[in-house]
Design a protein around this ligand. Structure first.
Ligand code: GDP
Ligand code: MG
Length: 296
């Protein structure tokens, strides 16, 4: 019998190419939050896929960028770079028919690690006509020594299994790294905070989504019921009113959709209490970030 294989595969790429959607499609659970806005993912998020022959620890990462003006962006960059250097296999995610400077930047960082590299061409569901895909795949394949180039749609969950097969071939021999029933390394409180942040980011306009973060102050669970107290942190007093919305409408709507998502993702019946608080320019402060759960 062939030896068991186990290792990690980092999903890397510029913001918004669909890395988090892909992680969720592979694991079959909503582990990483997704919005149409770039820079939604702020942390390394592991999703664990266990099969009889192998175990792959997928690591979703914030988008790699070459500019980071704020301390929060530096934190996100460090999270992505550390995943890049810790992984056994790198999965460069790009968007079908697109390859710009930002993609080239990530490809170069990946190549320099010398790790096995697979290219995923995501969002092929949007390619019209389909004949435009083949020339793109050919030119992409010529950019580096990819172990494989896999076109797929994370959203429609097509050809995701081919990617898993290609990664499995590149894993080192190793016993499993996690228990067979473990799907993620994230704590329940972290996931709850992320779910609330997703619902907020979806509803906030313009730049404001990047200045909000969520902490869980209390999570009391008993017999499938959970009482959750969460704080939404904003950077300025004027942002507080925007998060609350006219007559409290926006906050109420965020609370409602977050509660439904918490029930679904965590298998609980949640009662959610939300507060909005100001911590001046928290995204510019190392100390504030640490206090709000951003641990390097
Ligand atoms: P990330 O920043 O790389 O993690 O990207 P996300 O997973 O957050 O996705 C960014 C946006 O692209 C979201 O609006 C997704 O719904 C969308 N998206 C992701 N994968 C696909 C796909 O395969 N097809 C299409 N049409 N949209 C996708
Ligand atoms: Mg993401």
């Amino acid at each position: 019998m062939a030896a068991y294989r186990a290792g990690s595969a980092a999903l890397i790429g510029r913001p918004n190419v669909g890395k988090s959607t892909l992680l969720n499609a592979i694991i079959g659970r909503k582990l990483s939050i997704v919005t149409p806005k770039p820079q939604t993912t702020r942390h390394r998020i592991a999703g664990i896929l266990t099969r009889p022959e192998y175990q792959i620890v997928f690591v979703d990462t914030p988008g790699l960028q070459d500019r980071h003006r704020r301390v929060l962006n530096q934190y996100m960059h460090r999270a992505a770079v550390s995943a890049l250097h810790d992984a056994d296999v790198l999965v460069l995610v790009v968007e079908a028919l697109v390859f710009g400077d930002e993609d080239a930047f990530v490809l170069e960082r990946a190549r320099r690690t010398g790790r096995p590299l697979i290219a995923v061409v995501n969002k092929v569901d949007r390619v019209r006509p389909k004949s435009r895909l083949l020339p793109y795949l050919t030119s992409l394949a010529a950019r580096a020594e990819f172990a494989a180039v896999v076109p797929l749609s994370a959203l429609k969950r097509t050809h995701v299994a081919s990617l898993v097969d290609e990664i499995a071939k590149l894993l080192p021999e190793s016993p499993p790294l996690y228990a067979a029933d473990q799907l993620t390394d994230q704590t329940r409180n972290f996931r709850a905070a992320e779910i609330i942040r997703e619902k907020l980011m979806l509803r906030l306009q313009a730049e404001l989504p990047y200045g909000v973060t969520v902490t869980i102050e209390r999570f009391a669970e008993e017999g499938g019921q959970a009482e959750i107290d969460a704080v939404i942190w904003v950077e300025r007093a004027s942002h507080k009113a925007m998060v609350i919305g006219a007559g409290g409408a926006l906050l109420k709507e965020v609370g409602r959709s977050a509660r439904l998502a918490l029930n679904r993702e965590l298998g609980i019946r949640a009662h959610l209490n939300l507060w909005v608080k100001v911590r001046e320019r928290w995204a510019d402060s190392e100390q504030a970030l640490a206090a709000l759960g951003y641990h390097a």
